[in-house]
Design a protein around this ligand. Structure first.
Ligand SMILES: Cc1cc2nc3c(=O)[nH]c(=O)nc-3n(C[C@H](O)[C@H](O)[C@H](O)COP(=O)(O)OP(=O)(O)OC[C@H]3O[C@@H](n4cnc5c(N)ncnc54)[C@H](O)[C@@H]3O)c2cc1C
Ligand SMILES: *[C@@H]1O[C@H](CO)[C@@H](O)[C@H](O)[C@H]1NC(C)=O
Ligand SMILES: *[C@@H]1O[C@H](CO)[C@@H](O)[C@H](O)[C@H]1NC(C)=O
Ligand SMILES: *[C@@H]1O[C@H](CO)[C@@H](O)[C@H](O)[C@H]1NC(C)=O
Ligand SMILES: *[C@@H]1O[C@H](CO)[C@@H](O)[C@H](O)[C@H]1NC(C)=O
Length: 501
């Protein structure tokens, strides 16, 4: 499947939309936009800048506003002269946009270093990965019956449908809502999956409660800090990431963001956008952005604006809408707090029932849902640059570990998990949406030429999801500007694409 999709990329990158088409740029007066603003330089905003450049051509000015660091939730911390991912870290082998970025930017894949995983229930390890794959399969079989095969088929079917997006996007099709996008990939079944709990879908599939508690919950906890009540769609994304074919970017995932901005020839403005307001002058609609940088507060007019930062409850983004008739203040939603603590020290393997650290064979420990467990996971982590001679530290040696927890760890908790430590670095993330049930998905089009990227996180939050949304918004903005309605929200795309080829 993967092989058959890649040539389509070549098509879109080398032709169809690669440059602005002057004849196609038929806005009100036929002129192309002169200035576009992107708010946020995480992977979503950087990828948007890149795709906007592809579709609108070399003339348009693309300004990208970033109030903090380029990379956003892709960030690293330095421990002992090495950098470690503190935010988004792993990328699935079928994440084709991320792959394509890395290829175009001449970046490298980080070598993966094998390590075993176990599941801890607060008292003992209830699941231990061994060296012998067949033995693991037999154990799973013995413990959970056919649960895990059903699950694997379920995840694969969802992934396969999701992969359709790359074909649609390569052919230039865009969607005006996340619902339309999901519907085109997996019909109403996909939309329903964003509304019902993962546990319900799995039980219906015949997956046992025990499998859900002992395998699924630990995976959703490590990936999204939440339990099996998260919607089934995000659950499937989470489970796909429990497969083995994962990768990361050598030097740090955030290199993709700075690389894309550069390749897009975007203007990076180190500034916080404070307000956005629509300005109508005659026929022309523009948006005024007021922003604060080290140089003070200024404002600027744009033809198109893409918000590539989460609109959250509270003042997190510091962004205000002025003069719009529709109240976007209904949009902000709650994001989930996950704390990443990077510790350089000695793991207390006794805590996991291994008094002798030399006999502790695991690189990562996931946990089941237990009220008194204060962390979601702890894992030995590798630096973003892996030299040829690199090997993972043994548990009896001082190593670098990443702990995910819902709250910052108390000193007593650190002293329980680690025999001793040299350094502790804490990053408190508003990490991903706090997935309740039945909340619907935020709009993509907030206003005529004002788009919102991060609504897609409510279907699933991942680097690739932001990249898919970035491509969609660049296409949508292009088609809207040029009044190409036949490229937006088209039905039966699988069939249409076959006949187009
Ligand atoms: C701990 C953790 C682990 C994760 N693990 C994974 C993983 O393994 N794999 C995976 O695929 N995903 C993972 N994710 C999710 C992934 O990191 C995110 O989905 C993705 O990085 C979101 O990118 P974004 O560009 O959409 O948003 P962000 O990265 O949040 O970017 C938004 C940017 O906008 C800026 N900004 C906000 N407001 C303003 C303003 N008013 N003016 C100017 N700038 C503004 C912010 O500073 C920020 O840089 C993880 C996330 C966390 C936190
Ligand atoms: C999704 O939900 C709607 C409304 O509840 C229902 O009509 C539809 O059949 C469901 N789709 C699938 C594929 O289950
Ligand atoms: C999952 O957590 C939510 C709170 O975030 C809680 O309401 C729900 O009961 C929990 N579900 C399970 C199955 O533990
Ligand atoms: C880490 O890798 C990146 C990307 O390959 C490279 O640019 C950087 O120089 C490397 N850093 C070190 C310290 O080796
Ligand atoms: C390690 O874990 C054990 C078992 O939970 C605990 O008794 C001990 O206090 C912990 N800390 C150290 C430093 O060993």
């Amino acid at each position: 499947m993967c092989g058959s999709l890649l040539p389509l990329f070549a098509v879109v990158l080398s032709g169809c939309f690669a440059a602005g088409d002057p004849e196609g740029s038929a806005h009100v007066d036929g002129s192309p936009p002169s200035k576009i603003a992107v708010v946020g330089a995480g992977i979503g905003g950087s990828a948007t800048a890149h795709f906007l450049r592809q579709h609108f051509g070399p003339e348009v000015q693309v300004d990208v506003f970033e109030k903090a660091e380029v990379g956003g939730r892709l960030a690293t911390v330095t421990v002992n002269h090495n950098d470690y991912e503190s935010g988004g870290s792993i990328i699935h082998s079928l994440n084709l946009h991320m792959q394509e970025f890395v290829k175009q930017l001449g970046l490298k894949y980080r070598r993966s270093v094998a390590g075993k995983t176990a599941v801890f229930n607060g008292e003992e390890m209830i699941l231990e990965e061994t060296d012998w794959y067949l033995l693991d399969l037999f154990r799973l079989w013995w413990r959970y019956g056919i649960s895990f095969i059903r699950l694997q088929m379920w995840v694969e079917e969802i992934m396969e449908k999701f992969m359709r997006i790359y074909k649609y996007q390569a052919h230039g099709y865009a969607f005006s809502t996340v619902e339309e996008l999901l519907d085109s990939l997996g019909g109403s079944g996909f939309i329903n999956m964003t509304r019902r709990p993962l546990s319900d879908s799995l039980l219906e599939l015949g997956v046992s409660q025990r499998f859900i508690d002992e395998v699924i919950a630990p995976v959703t906890r490590v990936n999204y800090g939440q339990n099996v009540s998260i919607p089934a769609f995000i659950g499937a994304v989470s489970l796909a990431s429990a497969q083995n074919n994962l990768w990361a970017v050598e030097g740090g995932n955030k290199l993709v963001c700075s690389g894309l901005l550069k390749m897009a020839n975007a203007n990076l403005l180190q500034a916080q956008v404070n307000t956005i307001s629509p300005i109508q002058s005659g026929e022309a609609l523009q948006y005024q952005l007021s922003y604060t940088s080290a140089a003070g507060t200024e404002s600027e007019l744009y033809d198109i604006v893409v918000l590539a930062a989460p609109l959250q409850t509270g003042v997190e983004s510091g962004l205000h809408f002025q003069g719009f008739t529709s109240p976007f203040d209904q949009l902000p939603r709650e994001y989930h707090s996950t704390v990443a603590t990077i510790v350089h020290g000695y793991l207390n393997t006794s805590f996991f029932g291994f008094p002798d650290p030399r006999l502790f064979p695991f690189a990562s420990v996931l946990t089941t849902e237990k009220p008194d467990l204060f962390f979601n996971s702890v894992a030995s982590v590798c630096p973003v640059n892996i030299s040829a001679g690199f090997r993972r530290k043994q548990p009896q040696e001082a190593g670098v570990y990443k702990v995910f927890s819902p709250q910052p760890l108390e000193k007593s908790e650190l002293k329980t998990l680690f025999r001793s430590y040299y350094s502790v670095q804490v990053t408190e993330w508003k990490a991903y949406p706090h997935y309740g049930s039945n909340q619907g998905l935020p709009p993509v089009e907030l206003h005529q030429n004002l788009y919102y990227l991060n609504g897609i996180e409510w279907a699933a939050s991942a680097m690739e999801m932001s990249s898919v949304a970035a491509k969609n918004i660049a296409l949508l903005a292009y088609h809207r500007w040029n009044r190409q309605t036949d490229m937006v929200d088209q039905k039966d795309l699988m069939h249409r694409i076959k006949t187009e080829l």
